[in-house]
Structure formats: C-alpha cells, structure tokens
Write a protein that binds this ligand. Structure first.
Ligand SMILES: NC(=O)C1=CN([C@@H]2O[C@H](COP(=O)(O)OP(=O)(O)OC[C@H]3O[C@@H](n4cnc5c(N)ncnc54)[C@H](O)[C@@H]3O)[C@@H](O)[C@H]2O)C=CC1
Ligand SMILES: O=C([O-])CC(=O)C(=O)O
Length: 340
C-alpha cells in the first residue's frame, strides 16, 4: 500500500509516517469508536513506530479493533469495552483522546464545553491512575479549555509533567499548508508551503504566520484576509458541509496520526522534530496565559524546547492581539471547571 518505490521523495514535514529509529511504542486511543477514532486507529495501525494499539470507547471499540486488527502490519490491536478503561491504559506510553461530542451547524467549539469537559477530566483521572507516565494528546474540543482541564486533573493527582501534555492543533497546520498551496498556483505542493500556526484552536485564537513562509509572505491585502479567515474557520466549512452529521473526522484523523508519529519519532531520539502544538508554555505567562501553541521540539521526554513565535508582520501582530484575550478566557474557563 505504501510501497517506497511508488512514492516521490518527501521532505520530513510532509511525511505522514517516518521511522528512522527502531523503538516501538504502545499507543491507546480513547474514543476509538467515533468519527475521528476509527480512521485514526486505522492510520495508527499503519504506523511502523506503533507496536501495540489499544482501542477504547464507551461503545463499539471491540468491533473497531477486530476490524483494524486484520490490517497486515506488525502491530497488535486490542479492543476494550466501556468497563475496561484501566485495562486499555495499562502499560501505554501514548494516549490519544478524541472522545467527546462534535459540533453541529451554528455551534462554537465552546458550546461543547459542558459535555466534553467532564469526559476529558474523567479520562485524564484514569490516565493519572493507570498510566501516570504516559504522554497525552488531546483532540477533544474545545482544545483551548480541555488541555488546561487535563493539566489540572493530573496536577491534582500529583502526576502532571508539562512535557507530556499536548493539545493537537495539527489540523490547523495541515489546512494552512493545503490552502496556501491552493492559492499559490498550479503544481505547487503543500509539502513546500508549510505555515507555522500559533495561539490556540478556535476562530480568532488560530494565528497563521504566513510572513514566515517563503510562499506565504507574498500574500497580501484581500488575499491575506481571505486565507487567514479560511484557516481560522476551516472547521466551520466542514461542519456546514456535513450539515448536522458532525465535524472534521478524516482530515483530523490524518492530522492526529501525523502528530502522533512526530511525537513517537521524538521519543525515539530523532533530532529536529519540530511542530506547533498547544502546551504549557512560558511565552505569554506574563499576561496570565500559560498554555499556548507555538513550534515545539519533540524529544525523548516529550516537549524538549518551546520556540518563541519569532518575527511577525503588523497584520499578524493584530491577529495575535485578537487571539490572546479569548485564549485567556478559554484557559480560565477550563481551570475554573477543574477546580470545582
Ligand atoms: N483538535 C482538533 O483539531 C479537532 C477536534 N475535534 C473534536 O474531536 C471530538 C470527537 O469528534 P468526533 O470523533 O467527530 O465525534 P464522534 O461523536 O463521532 O466520536 C466521539 C466518540 O467519543 C466516544 N466517547 C464519548 N464519551 C466517552 C468516554 N467517556 N470515554 C471514551 N469514549 C467516549 C463516543 O462514544 C464516540 O465514539 C469532538 O470534541 C470534536 O470537536 C474534531 C476535529 C478537529
Ligand atoms: O470545527 C470543529 O468543531 C472541529 C475542529 O476543531 C476542526 O475541524 O478544526
């Protein structure tokens, strides 16, 4: 399926799976029966760095596991029913969480808070109890709030290590590269139009830094406004098109598998694995914002280095100013919930 000879040469940033190192890892998906969980489980089954895949959901995970387990890659797959959360987490090194409800048209990600906050808190408690050293990748929305909830839950349990908690903002990066390639001209490949996206993961908190991209820096005026809007509201495009049937699942599964592979490469000691992710960050701590997405180097301990956002244009400075107050409010909402 992925025969090497059939592939054109790829840059490190463009590969879905790359595996220069040999150590393999047990990965658990919480919410594996869902719209994201199913294709994500399939993609993780295809990742050569995953040795064992543990699939959990309150419904349907054993069926998904039976199905995915027939794919002829080396990893083993196990499915766990609703009452087997602790067994699903035993011995796992990486936990990916796409559990929770998705948006319908007319909703914001924050409208998911009331349902998803407690789902994520309870799953984080289980990770703290059963796999306290695991790296946790949070997909469930609203990411700007669910990540602080997971952090506070782990902190309460005395096992929080900020190097091991990640909000998955990779879909924004994937969209930015795709949309920029689309307006750059025929034949331009998204592999060559990577854009760093910083801030958070909802509307105005998503800040693409086009000025730092060789193709993006020439996008000005109305074209700039349009592509920024499209990157910030790409999720709404999918919610609208699915017309009540949910939000992005396939592109998110791709993005989730891509970020998981980056983390696994870092854990295996590969150098120079750098990608944006929403982590506990010192960058805007002086403004009371202690979670932020910027480029992060992933390594054997998880977060090895958090990069500052670097030089940005006056337009991007304005976007950042719009991002920060909303991001702060989202983070505080998560913390207030976790403190109850
Ligand atoms: N970070 C990002 O960029 C993105 C995040 N999302 C978010 O991902 C989440 C999932 O989206 P979909 O897969 O489309 O939803 P979905 O409804 O298709 O699947 C969610 C799954 O979570 C399961 N679930 C609910 N409570 C659970 C619990 N306590 N333990 C384990 N599993 C549980 C459900 O049974 C269901 O199978 C949503 O919150 C959505 O907003 C979606 C797209 C992008
Ligand atoms: O829009 C949503 O609700 C799902 C999501 O986070 C995205 O597609 O970026």
């Amino acid at each position: 399926m992925f025969a090497r000879s059939a592939l054109r040469p790829l840059t490190a940033s463009s590969r879905l799976f790359s595996s220069s190192a040999s150590r393999q890892t047990k990965v658990t998906v919480l919410g594996a029966g869902g719209g994201i969980g199913q294709p994500l489980s399939l993609l993780l089954k295809c990742d050569p760095l995953v040795s064992s895949l543990s699939l959990y959901d309150i419904r349907g995970a054993p069926g998904v596991a039976a199905d995915v387990s027939h794919v002829d890659t080396a990893s083993e797959v196990n499915g766990y029913a609703a009452d087997m959360l602790d067994q699903a987490l035993e011995g796992t090194k990486v936990v990916v969480i796409p559990a929770g409800v998705p948006r319908k048209p007319g909703m914001t990600r924050d409208d998911l808070f009331n349902t998803n906050a407690s789902i994520v808190r309870d799953l984080a408690s289980a990770v703290a109890r059963t796999a306290p050293d695991a790296h946790i990748l949070v997909i469930s929305n609203p990411v700007n709030s669910t990540v602080p909830i997971v952090a506070a839950t782990l902190e309460k349990a005395g096992v929080f290590d900020p190097r091991r908690l990640f909000g998955v903002t990779t879909l924004d990066v994937v969209r930015a590269a795709r949309f920029l390639a689309g307006i750059t001209g025929p034949g331009v490949n998204p592999n060559d139009t990577a854009v760093t996206v910083v801030g958070g993961h909802s509307g105005p908190t998503i800040v693409p830094l086009l000025s730092q991209s060789s193709y993006g820096k020439s996008v000005k005026g109305e074209a700039f406004e349009k592509i920024v809007y499209r990157i910030q509201y790409g999720g709404d495009e999918v919610v609208k098109a699915k017309d009540g049937a949910g939000s992005a699942t396939l592109s998110m599964a791709y993005a989730g598998a891509k970020f998981t592979n980056s983390l696994l490469r870092g854990l295996n000691g590969e150098k120079g694995v750098i990608t944006p992710t929403f982590v506990k960050s010192p960058l805007y701590e002086d403004q009371g914002i202690d979670f932020f997405s910027s480029n992060v180097e992933l390594g054997p301990n998880g977060v090895e280095k958090i990069f500052p956002i670097g030089p940005i244009s006056p337009e991007e400075q304005k976007l950042l100013e719009e991002c920060l107050p909303q991001l702060k409010a989202n983070i505080e909402k998560g913390k207030a919930f976790a403190a109850q």
